[in-house]
Unconditional design. Sequence first.
Length: 403
Amino acid sequence: MQFSNVKAIYTESIKDTALEMLSCEGLLPSESDGYIIVPGLCDVHVHFREPGFSYKETIKTGSAAAARGGYTAVCTMPNLNPVPDSREHLETELEIIRRDAMVRVLPYGAITVGEKGEELSDMDGVAEYVCGFSDDGRGVQSEDMMRRAMIKAKSLGKIIAAHCEVNSLLNGGYIHDGAYARVHGHRGISSESEYRQIERDLRLAKETGCRYHVCHISAKESVELIRRAKRDGVDVTCETGPHYLTLCEDDLMEDGRFKMNPPLRSAEDRAALIEGIIDGTIDMIATDHAPHSAEEKSRGLEKSLMGVVGLETAFAELYTRLVCGGVITLERLVELMSLNPRKRFGIPSGSDFAVFEATKPYRVEPREFLSMGRATPFAGDTVMGRCVMTVCGGRAVYIDKRG
């Protein structure tokens, strides 16, 4: 089958397979459609909340949301109950994954016991079963503890993926310490609370030779520190989120769907992040998909819990704003959302792929999400790049027949 309006990125070998599967589902493109076939997307930073917080999200609903967004592999963060800090605790999560996951779900192990920063977890006991180690949700405050974790991770051939945040610099803040916070009387989170810990960790990574990954960077200083470290030969990669590339504090509203950690920062910070994805300083885009209940996100900027959902909007928002907006190419977006995270974390794509409809605009409607979370700063946006089909392990795990 030949269709001039179907473009395959890095996946010409599976284009015929994709078209055959689309044909079987009655989804072949018409002359007015433009389809893009890409390797299955990969997100190295999601929260599926199970075990422990299944009223927010489950492995089943989170992986369904991932499939709807074109993702075929995701890495789940360890701020769970029980925290996966031992083989016994990790097995609770693995059992649910084996039973319910619709796409490839790879868990992180915790860096410290209970993510409390006081004692190293049983990294030896879980290394075989995890994609890396993280205490996401909080920064490891002790330099000695992080050094020990890096030495151990290096010996195990695993990545340390760090949430970088200096607790002593937070000062009760909950949005960016910028113009919006000052005008509206909110307490701000300084950029320094992020980049100071990145600065420390980069020094430790150089010292130990650990494979180091920085989660959800948001500040211009963070970009420059990582840029310099790469030039200096440090084995470091980093991610940023779709919301940090497309929004800033100027877009804030008095609504919990705009509250996440780190926060939306200044337009200058956003410009630095965009420059970082252009010049290769930033290696990948991860959603930090972090669902909460409707009640937990209904308390405004000050009192809502931090976190927004992102798996079902990421590709469309970035395709619309960055690719259609002429900021980066589609090929670069695929590198950031699929190829680079897989390469860094050793996650093969196999024959996984996703098909997106690239020419028809549609509206982001949170009520249609498969995720249990509904809080997104992108609600109501008109975008292009609707996922039509996601195939994982040779099986269609998501099909959109809305047309």
